[in-house]
Design a protein around this ligand. Structure first.
Ligand code: AMP
Ligand code: MG
Length: 530
């Protein structure tokens, strides 16, 4: 048991290199001149480990004996600290739904420390739902089982899809009950409390720079930026000094990473749901899994977030544009370090172009084209999106089945993609004619490539996942877990480790959303309550 205590090497650079809150008491307040505040996790009544990510555990340096120990359970539910852990909550601000919201901060996340791993360098271990911090505002700092299951499963699924993300080590029940008003309708109820241990090399957000900048605290802004560059972008430092040129290169790289992440989301049909600037990671990782959702029937206007149902700011088709807007806010925040707008404007300008180009390349991959060839391909992609949106067509099933069409068989299109339609019997003649014409052009385009049908199928199946964490699948796992059955969580976790592979006895997980889940809470729409 003792081995765990001394096993990990902590090097807490963030708290050692950045200014701390001089106030030590854990009361809710505005925190000025500090990058973080001290905060200790609250003890939990009766903790229970219900899911573990073996590969994250291994990356951190734990073996199976370690993760099965009582001490592991205590540490990752807030009941104990290992030597070298110095818990703290980060101070940041952000734009929420387009409005500057001032100070936000880690209201229910407590960092335990930065562990030095052999393969992945420094990794923060962070408990989500471990009690209040100075940033908890009017809330309790806790998390419930349903949102914790969703964070745990989705962040691990995202990693295995090959899209940058924070990861999750463990999912534990705390044994405490937490009051939540799930639909914000005055009907609060107790739900089981839970804690997830998140892992990342950085939890710094766009909002970490926005807050000191908005407050005119340029010294803190610079300290945050220099620390971020030295820790997470060391390759940008030429010699010893960080100067204006470094900040510009840094912003350029943040743009690139953000672009790649969003293109990844569009490829697999992930809708984040709350792309506020406090939920944008500076290292370009998917972070803060709240009311996110996965596209079932292809719909660029869809958002899973009920809080955003009216304006649909964070809808599927707007994620590229929103990331651009968020980067614009980041550029504004770091401007005082550069004092020249032109280079930032140029990078923002490029972002739009890069995004469009990378989107085209991603679509070419999804459709099995060897390379994107310009305007004619773009027309093919745009028309496809319009057609997919015109009748309910399951995005994941569609692209997976599309790989089975031979390039000399345009007439087989309907048989090939039949299962992707939610109501195949109701396709109109006009629709079929339109789609038939699209398929004629698509197969003609495929014939320009010198790849066999088989080769193309293999390539397409590497970018079009067969299994994604459909909203209703997560919801089923949650409902079972709330009754004490965690097997579905474990099944999904195992399945989603290989999202691109055909897996035995797993066909039921690759089906389109069943009819009962169409309008069910948790399956089609989610509130921010978590
Ligand atoms: P989000 O959009 O979910 O990332 O949260 C926005 C802000 O609210 C962040 O500062 C969170 O830390 C805070 N927050 C969300 N839920 C809670 C909670 N249960 N207790 C305290 N703070 C919370
Ligand atoms: Mg957040």
């Amino acid at each position: 048991m003792d081995t765990l205590q001394h096993k990990l090497k902590f090097e807490n650079r963030y708290i050692n290199q950045l200014p701390s809150d001089s106030e030590q008491v854990n009361t809710r307040r505005q925190v000025h001149g500090a990058a973080f505040s001290w905060a200790t996790p609250v003890a939990t009544a009766n903790p229970q480990l219900i899911a573990l990510s073996d590969d994250v555990a291994q990356m951190i340096g734990f073996n199976s004996e370690d993760t099965a120990s009582d001490l592991f359970l205590d540490v990752f539910t807030g009941n104990a600290l290992l030597d070298g852990m110095q818990p703290f909550a980060m101070c940041y601000g952000g734009h929420q739904f387009g409005q500057w919201a001032g100070q936000l901060g880690d209201g229910r996340a407590i960092n335990l420390g930065e562990v030095v791993t052999p393969a992945q360098g420094h990794q923060f271990l962070q408990l989500k739902g471990a009690g209040p911090t100075p940033y908890s505002r009017t809330a309790d700092g806790l998390a419930v089982l349903r949102s914790s299951v969703r964070e745990f499963l989705c962040s691990e699924a995202m990693y295995h899809l090959g899209i940058a993300t924070t990861r999750a080590l463990s999912l534990c029940l705390t044994g405490d009950q937490v009051m939540r008003d799930m639909f914000y309708d005055g009907n609060g109820a107790y739900e089981p409390g839970a804690v997830v241990c998140r892992v990342s090399s950085s939890f710094t957000r766009f909002g970490s720079f926005q807050l000191p900048s908005q407050r005119g605290d340029i010294a803190l802004l610079q300290a945050q930026a220099d620390h971020c560059i030295a820790s997470d972008f060391p390759h940008l430092i030429d010699g010893e000094k960080i100067d204006k040129g470094t900040y510009i290169k840094w912003f350029g790289e943040v743009c690139e990473r953000t672009c790649q992440m969003i293109i990844g989301w569009q490829r697999v049909g992930f809708v984040h749901g709350v792309m506020n600037t406090d939920n944008m990671s500076i290292i370009g990782e998917t972070i803060d899994y709240g009311p996110y959702g996965w596209i079932d029937d292809f719909d660029l206007d869809w958002t899973p977030n009920t809080t955003d149902a009216q304006r649909r700011r964070y809808r599927f088709g707007a994620q590229g544009e929103i990331s651009h807007w968020n980067l614009f806010q980041l550029a504004n925040a770091i401007y005082p370090l550069i004092e020249e707008s032109l280079p930032l404007e140029q990078l923002l300008d490029n972002y739009g172009k890069n995004y469009q180009h990378q989107w085209c390349e991603m679509m070419a991959d999804k459709l099995g084209l060897q390379a994107y060839q310009g305007q004619d391909d773009l027309v093919l992609f745009s028309e496809l999106e319009q057609i997919l949106q015109s009748v309910e067509t399951d995005m994941t099933v569609f692209y997976r089945q599309l790989a089975n069409l031979g390039k000399n068989e345009p007439d087989n299109w309907l048989v090939t993609i039949h299962d992707s339609y939610y109501q195949p019997d109701r396709l109109s003649d006009k629709y079929k004619q339109f789609m038939g014409l699209w398929f004629e052009r698509y197969t003609a385009r495929l014939q320009q490539d010198n790849r066999s049908d088989h080769e193309r199928k293999l390539a397409m199946n590497k970018v079009n996942p067969k299994y994604v964490l459909r909203n209703y699948l997560a919801q089923q796992a949650i409902e079972a877990a709330e009754k004490g059955d965690f097997s579905e969580i474990n099944k999904l976790q195992a399945l989603l480790k290989k999202p691109y592979d055909e897996q035995e006895n797993a066909e039921q997980y690759a089906q389109k959303r069943p009819e009962w889940a169409r309008n069910k809470a948790g399956c089609s729409a989610l509130s921010c309550s978590s």
